[in-house]
Design a protein around this ligand. Sequence first.
Ligand code: ADP
Length: 192
Amino acid sequence: MLNLVLFGPPGAGKGTQSSNIIKEFGLIHLSTGDIFRANIGNSTDLGKLAKSYIDKGQLVPDEVTIEMLKSEVNKFDDPKGFIFDGFPRTKVQAEALDEFLAEKNSKIAGMIALEVPEDELKERLRKRAINSGRTDDADPKIIANRIDVYNKETAPVKVFYKQQDKLHLINGKGSIEEITKAIVKTINAIKD
Ligand code: ADP
């Protein structure tokens, strides 16, 4: 299995880039944000719980998120690999993922971290709010909170993978195609 973590702050372009990459490498895209939103759309218990955090720009608790991620991974029989988008978002989640994959005799091959300056992120999220209908994009205060949570709780996950020599930084500012090319090149290097 080729398992990758696509990492970056809110608005970095993880969703956009994931869809390009899965086509190229035949991987399964698992976005915890998308799974939460699907649950919210279907008004499941998980969705109701997640909404209460997401609408404030907070993280959904680790325990709930980890269980959900595991059960999504387990839905696939003999997968070629996964691209994890929006997960792990805390050090606890990163440790749980390593342990879970080790049980399957697998591992994370690398983390691709998209780097985008904060001003640009805020501008992208503001624009996205107009079309996406995402309540967490609509309010500048909630956006600021998400970026804050990212800096405090999520950025340390980069250090976690750096210590394992698995961190690959990519400039996330530029055209979508240019960024896809840079990511594809990096993944090819990780694979070999
Ligand atoms: P973005 O990266 O643009 O903020 P996502 O779609 O990845 O958006 O996530 C939206 C929201 O879903 C997050 O702000 C958070 O509340 C929740 N969420 C997503 N993934 C996780 C996770 N791994 N752990 C905790 N909460 C999560």
